[in-house]
Design a binder for this molecule. Structure first.
Ligand SMILES: [Zn+2]
Length: 240
């Protein structure tokens, strides 16, 4: 029997989700976000890029506009109205102090207890090579959790240091430790991913909603085997 997952802590008020691209949160996480916003918690999205290099048939300037709109629609489905963009260049995001500083500045502005990001490891499950943007952003988020609290690091940000991040939750990890029950919110997760219609239509010939449902129900069922048969979204939790 695989190792069981613990429930993700829920004694917090504010979360900030920081990912590289529009759609990164919708491939699993959004159903958990819906559960949190339903419970009255505040969740803000910060996209490092606009995903402008993500659609082969659309030039980047148009793709950026389409993907921003799709991301705002997706977020609204799960109760998130604050969606910000850092405008780093899609596909060639560089890990470094510029990225850490931008993320630390956002953490200081929003003062979250929980940070959420996507798998920063080299691979997905040891099989598929991860993208450079995901690796760069995930690592920078884990690092910026500490940077944000140190007044001697990036001392010139507008907002004051915030040392209140208690956990960083990594979605899409090969080695999850915790999970969030999404029995009541999986459908909104499906609807949230379906909002990335232009992106999904360029990716697959399948109907976007069918594609989203099959994928997300499959993930949630897999996680249920490690979470008392409850449909769930897994995270690797790094406490601070
Ligand atoms: Zn991505």
């Amino acid at each position: 029997m695989p190792q069981q997952l613990d429930p993700l802590p829920d004694d917090w008020e504010r979360a900030l989700a920081v990912v590289a691209h529009p759609d990164d949160l919708e491939y699993g996480c959004a159903a958990a976000v819906a559960a949190w916003t339903d419970a009255g918690r505040e969740v803000t999205y910060l996209m490092v890029t606009r995903g402008e290099a993500g659609i082969d048939t659309l030039d980047p300037a148009r793709a950026a506009r389409v993907r921003e709109r799709e991301q705002r629609d997706s977020a609204a489905v799960v109760g998130v109205t604050a969606v910000e963009f850092l405008d780093h260049p899609d596909g060639v995001v560089e890990y470094g102090t510029a990225l850490r500083r931008d993320i630390a500045a956002a953490i200081r502005r929003h003062r979250p207890e929980l940070l959420i990001t996507l798998n920063p490891e080299d691979t997905w499950g040891g099989t598929y090579w991860n993208t450079p943007d995901h690796r760069a952003v995930g690592r920078a988020v884990l690092d910026a959790a500490g940077d944000a609290g140190n007044r001697w690091i990036f001392p010139d940000t507008e907002a004051k240091p915030w040392n209140g991040v208690r956990w960083v939750a990594v979605a899409g990890s090969d080695a999850p430790t915790h999970a969030v029950d999404v029995t009541g919110t999986l459908e909104r997760g499906v609807q949230s991913l379906t909002r990335h219609r232009a992106y999904i239509e360029a990716l697959t010939g399948e109907d976007p909603e069918t594609y989203a449902r099959n994928l997300l129900e499959g993930f949630a069922r897999e996680t249920a085997e490690r979470f008392a048969d409850r449909l769930a979204v897994p995270f690797r939790l790094y406490p601070r």
